[in-house]
Design a protein around this ligand. Structure first.
Ligand code: HEM
Length: 316
């Protein structure tokens, strides 16, 4: 879906659009809250935690698995297989990550076949039985769709939640503000999207003809990528763009992209992140960073803004 133009793109997107509409995502709130609370139960009574490894990675994985209809006992296996993707800064690291990704694809292919173990109420079974323009998806199309949803639904949201928590905890006035006024939750999530810009750039686009754009000559076939993080820090659009301000308004960030490929999961990502913040604030309102802000490091990854760890002192 991500790699096609219309009409192919529209055909494939039409199959999943409905499941990701706001109305449907709103019905998932109780399920997402329940998963969030169960993950936070594991931290109850603890003084220290690495929220990245112990919460931020697990929540989006558990939610997208529940949505797709992948059984809970698969989570640990997925975590192991996808571990190599944490670091893709060098060609060697990318090559080392490939076997794990292939295992995920093989597993998703197996699960998506009738009797393969996907839960009947999930999207995998719904997609297998759905037809687009009167045609069923081929097995390869089905597996790529599931893999796209599975992948896009995780890394992105993990880094929005962790990067957002880091922004809040390193700007204590903003954390206190959110704690005393939960009505700021929605605009806080938008500011985290802008300030963190977890997906830093779009996939490549190709010029379909020679064109002059923004004073530059592009030739047919030239490759372009939109740098969303740069747009989100544009001083012509955002006053004092390096300031993290949870009540920023307006906030026309481009973190979900734009145009035909605008993020399918934007409602899900917003709701998941808002619930994560809300439950952490309710259960551990006095949480602090466990290290100096300058000791927090980011992964060297192209295209994703990803923290290595998020060590915190937890406090109710
Ligand atoms: C913080 C969370 C997220 C961010 C920042 C994000 C960002 C983006 C961006 C920038 C694009 C456009 C890429 C391009 O134009 O090249 C995109 C597309 C997409 N996103 Fe997300 N995403 C997030 C969460 C999700 C979630 C939870 C899902 C759900 C499974 C999802 C599914 C998709 C899909 C399927 C596409 C391709 C849409 C198409 O080609 O029509 N995303 N996302």
């Amino acid at each position: 879906m991500l790699g096609y133009d219309d009409p192919e793109h529209r055909r494939l997107r039409g199959l999943v659009d409905q499941a990701f509409q706001r109305r449907m995502i709103e019905t998932m709130r109780p399920m997402i809250t329940d998963i969030t609370d169960r993950l936070l139960d594991r931290l109850q009574g603890r003084k220290d935690a690495d929220l990245m490894a112990e919460f931020c990675r697990d929540l989006p994985l558990a939610v997208i698995c529940a949505m797709l209809g992948l059984p809970e006992q698969d989570h640990a296996r997925f975590r192991g297989w996808l571990g190599g993707l944490k670091d893709t800064a060098s060609l060697g690291a990318v090559i080392r990550a490939v076997p794990g990704v292939l295992r995920v694809v093989r597993h998703l292919r197996r699960v998506s076949r009738p009797g393969g173990g996907a839960l009947p109420e999930g999207l995998i079974v719904a997609l297998r039985d759905a037809s687009a323009d009167g045609q069923m998806l081929s097995e390869d199309e089905l597996v790529s769709m599931i893999f796209l949803l599975f992948g896009a639904g995780q890394e992105t949201t993990t880094h929005l939640i962790s990067g957002g928590l880091f922004a809040l905890l390193s700007n204590e006035d903003q954390w206190r503000r959110l704690r005393s006024d939960p009505s700021q939750l929605a605009s806080c999530v938008e500011e985290c999207l802008r300030y963190v810009s977890p997906v830093q750039m779009t996939k490549p686009r190709f010029a379909t003809r020679d064109v002059v754009w923004q004073g530059r000559q592009f030739r047919r076939g030239d490759i372009l990528a939109g740098f969303l993080a740069a747009a989100n820090g544009d001083p012509a659009k955002f006053e004092d763009p390096h300031r993290f301000d949870i009540s920023r308004h307006p906030n026309p960030h481009l973190s979900f992209g734009t145009g035909a490929h605008f993020c399918l999961g934007f409602q899900l990502a917003r709701v998941e992140t808002a619930i994560a913040f809300e439950r952490i604030l309710a259960r551990f309102p006095n949480t602090r960073l466990a290290v100096e802000e300058g000791a927090i490091t980011w992964r060297r990854r192209l295209g994703i803004r990803a923290l290595v760890r998020l060590p915190v002192h937890l406090a109710a």
